[in-house]
Design a protein around this ligand. Structure first.
Ligand SMILES: N[C@@H](CCC(=O)N[C@@H](CS)C(=O)NCC(=O)O)C(=O)O
Length: 262
């Protein structure tokens, strides 16, 4: 059985979980959890030759595959039924064009949440809207039905849904909402349907908001903020037992005690 090393709330890992859920094959892969707040185990670093980004997949015969989109394609190839990616060449090309937009979309959202300069808020807000507008235009041009790109929740939805869910942190920490404007109607329909799909139930809004508090204060990947002893990404105490963090990210940093981490 292939093994995936992953950080449970990582959007890139969630893509793999959604794909497997759509195929009804969640048990075809063994998931091993990695704690991002602790130094990476030597054995895992040897396997990845020193890189730390997850997920990585280790095949049954010990070969290593990195990058979520590449791992997705591998799983689609080794577990072809039911297919999630399009098979017809033109439809696959459309899906691939949309998939290629995930990098800029994700990077903009993470830049926005991690920003600590109050004077850059408007620019980042506009930048995020521009990304949603690009998706909207793409869907209007290429979608063959509603609400998804094609008839069913498929490859592009697997790729984007985890990012739509992470961007709950923009609503909470930046007050970001898609304006009620025709420019965003199609992408809003897509986003909302993606989030509600039963194959994408691995994380909740509350979990995202609580775990990504440190990102909202500018510290990514389990890094510690000054004055803090514990990252908001720790597994214990469980996020369900912690209070909601303050949403005013430009104010002072909450303590470990206030975040329920002590
Ligand atoms: N492009 C990569 C991104 C993976 C990534 O950035 N993963 C984050 C977690 S969400 C990570 O592993 N961060 C820890 C690190 O890079 O050391 C992919 O799609 O797999």
């Amino acid at each position: 059985m292939p093994t995936v090393y992953h950080i449970p709330v990582c959007p890139f890992s969630q893509r793999l979980e959604i794909l497997l859920a759509l195929k009804g094959k969640r048990d075809a892969v063994e998931f091993r959890v990695v704690d991002i707040t602790r130094p990476r185990p030597r054995r895992l670093l040897d396997l990845t030759r020193g890189t730390t980004a997850l997920p990585v997949l280790v095949t049954e015969d010990g070969r290593v595959i990195k990058e979520s989109l590449v791992i997705l394609r591998y799983l689609e190839d080794v577990l072809p039924n039911p297919p999630v990616a399009q098979r017809e060449p033109y439809r696959r090309a459309v899906e691939s064009m949309l998939t290629l937009m995930e990098g800029a979309f994700g990077a903009q959202g993470y830049r926005y949440v991690m920003n600590q300069d109050v004077n850059r808020r408007d620019e980042l807000h506009e930048g995020m809207l521009a990304e949603y507008a690009r998706l909207d235009e793409f869907l209007r041009e290429h979608a063959t039905s509603e609400p998804f790109l094609f008839e069913q929740f498929g490859w592009a939805e697997v790729v984007f849904t985890p990012l739509f869910m992470r961007f709950w942190f923009l609503e909470y920490y930046e007050g970001f909402e898609l304006p009620r404007d025709a420019r965003f109607d199609r992408v809003r329909m897509w986003r909302d349907a993606c989030i509600l799909h039963p194959a994408a139930d691995q994380v909740t809004r509350e979990q995202i908001v609580k775990l990504y508090y440190d990102y909202a204060k500018g510290a990514g990947n389990g890094a510690l903020l000054p004055g803090r002893r514990r990252s908001s990404f720790v597994f214990e105490p469980d996020w369900r037992e912690r209070p909601w963090p303050p949403s005013d990210k430009y104010g002072r940093t909450a303590t470990d005690e206030e975040l329920g981490l002590a």
